[in-house]
Design a protein around this ligand. Structure first.
Ligand code: GLU
Length: 464
């Protein structure tokens, strides 16, 4: 019963992690980091990584966001081995809920949200923590019937044990939560829909999740969830291992939430950020380990260790991501960018030209898209920049052009010759050539550009 979807539970438990976003938005760097941790942990331990869509909130969850999350994970290079969505699994949740009912572990409550709010206000006013007072536990059958006759439908709470729950958190170490300090969690709303808690626990059990890796905003949920898991799994049921990582905050310590739009993977991709720059950075933030630009997952997996995460929030600086992205881009060989360049319209005829182009321009770009403008300089049309006082000089330059075919020595032959003929040197010598040939005052090495632009364009541009 506990192993649907063809999963076999072997004698040696294989590791299964899950990333469980709600499809109510796209992924941003913060939740991508959780996904990465889940994927890396599974990979590092020869386990499996599951994508679970927590889509029980039918109003806010959309198919488009679900697809967006799949696209984002695919783009990041975090393929999942298993997937499930909660909206397919209501039968399993109903069965678990009925089981809890039979065990007397859930109870019907009739307070309206306003009444609960009032209770909490009174508790606070008396300096007490706003914990649910369990008034509903005292209701007699008669009183319940009367409330229902008044048109109230019950919501259902799980009865916490009131004991201390402990677990060994992979990031936070020994954890101890006194469940008598918590409100009994609501599992089912008055309209019959499930809140996150029960479906999450049922899924973690049914899919044999061994490691629950998530943000530390879920720490208090864990105590209640552990009690629920114990109730549902019974004797001999394994409680998953928990790892609650500190959340990502902005470099100045402010919450990520204010800038989520610009920190969505979708917009980072539009900004020309390579997914491996994101992985390289967010896998190491919050650890004492150095951030390096990795173009492959293997070294990221090899250096990954959840226990190296500190307890302080990890700071994310978009500028650091951009710097890393430039570094990573510049470390790539032509073969790794050829397809992408082609799709951007940089259609180098052959590998040799492509390699020369890439080696020439990569130091001058911040993102791959920037290469398009540089390709434009080579392909033309280019509006030559020619100052009137350089006209004669450029005619001399035309006369001094080296013999064809040109090679990597041609630029130096040309400028040596031109220096002799014109008497110019330094900037006076080089700048008019650059401006005439590229239409700009700065750019990549002229030696290579000369070769890439080629004699026909060079002659035309010298003429202006
Ligand atoms: N859907 C929950 C969230 O996005 C999942 C939390 C968990 O990993 O259990 O916060």
């Amino acid at each position: 019963k506990r192993a649907p979807q063809g999963l076999k539970k072997g004698s040696i438990m294989s590791i299964i992690t899950r990333f469980a976003p709600s499809p109510t938005g796209r992924l941003h760097v913060g939740n991508a980091r959780t996904a990465l941790f889940c994927a890396l942990f599974a990979k590092a331990n020869g386990g499996q990584f599951m994508l679970r869509l927590d889509d029980t909130d039918a109003e806010r969850s959309t198919e488009a966001f679900a697809q967006g999350i799949v696209d984002d994970l695919t783009w990041l290079g975090l393929p999942y081995d298993l997937t499930a969505k909660q909206s397919d699994r209501f039968e399993a949740y109903d069965a678990a809920f009925n089981k809890l009912k039979e065990m007397g572990l859930v109870y019907a409550c009739y307070e309206t949200p306003d009444e609960l709010d009032l209770k909490r206000k009174r508790q606070r006013a008396r300096g007490k923590p706003p914990v649910y007072d369990r008034a509903a536990l005292e209701l007699s059958d008669e009183e319940k019937t009367k409330l229902e006759a008044e048109g109230r439908s019950p919501h259902w709470r799980f009865k916490l044990s009131g004991n201390k729950v402990s677990w060994q958190d992979l990031v936070r170490g020994d954890q101890l939560v006194d469940t008598s300090s918590l409100s009994d969690p609501v599992l089912v709303r008055a309209d019959g829909t499930y809140l996150y808690t029960l479906p999450s626990v049922v899924d973690d059990l049914d899919f044999n999740i061994t490691h629950i890796i998530r943000g530390e905003d879920h720490v208090t949920n864990s105590a209640a969830q552990i009690e629920l898991i114990a109730a549902l799994a019974g004797e001999g049921g394994d409680i998953p291992v928990f790892a609650h990582h500190p959340l990502l905050v902005m470099a100045d310590g402010s919450a990520l939430s204010k800038r989520l739009g610009s920190l969505s993977l979708e917009s980072l991709r539009e900004d020309g950020i390579d997914p491996m720059s994101i992985n390289s950075l967010i896998a190491r933030l919050g650890t004492p380990d150095p951030v390096e630009a990795h173009t492959e997952m293997a070294p990221i997996v090899a250096g990954f260790d959840l226990t190296r995460l500190g307890r302080a929030p990890a700071r994310f600086d978009p500028a650091e991501l951009h710097r890393l992205n430039v570094k990573l881009l510049q470390s790539l060989p032509y073969e790794k960018v050829a397809d992408k360049l082609l799709s951007l319209g940089v259609n180098c005829d052959d590998k040799q030209t492509g390699t020369l182009f890439w080696e020439t321009v990569k130091g001058n770009i911040d993102k791959l898209e920037d290469a398009v403008a540089l390709w434009q300089i080579i392909q033309g049309p280019v509006e030559s920049l020619i100052d009137s006082e350089d006209r004669e000089y450029l005619d001399t330059a035309m006369d001094c052009l080296p013999v064809e075919p040109w090679d990597e020595t041609s630029w130096s032959q040309w400028t040596t010759e031109l220096k002799k003929s014109s008497g110019r040197k330094g900037k006076e010598l080089f700048m008019p050539l650059r401006k005439a040939l590229t239409g700009q005052a700065h750019g990549p090495e002229m030696q290579n550009l000369l070769l890439l632009i080629g004699p026909t364009h060079v002659k035309n541009r010298l003429k202006g």
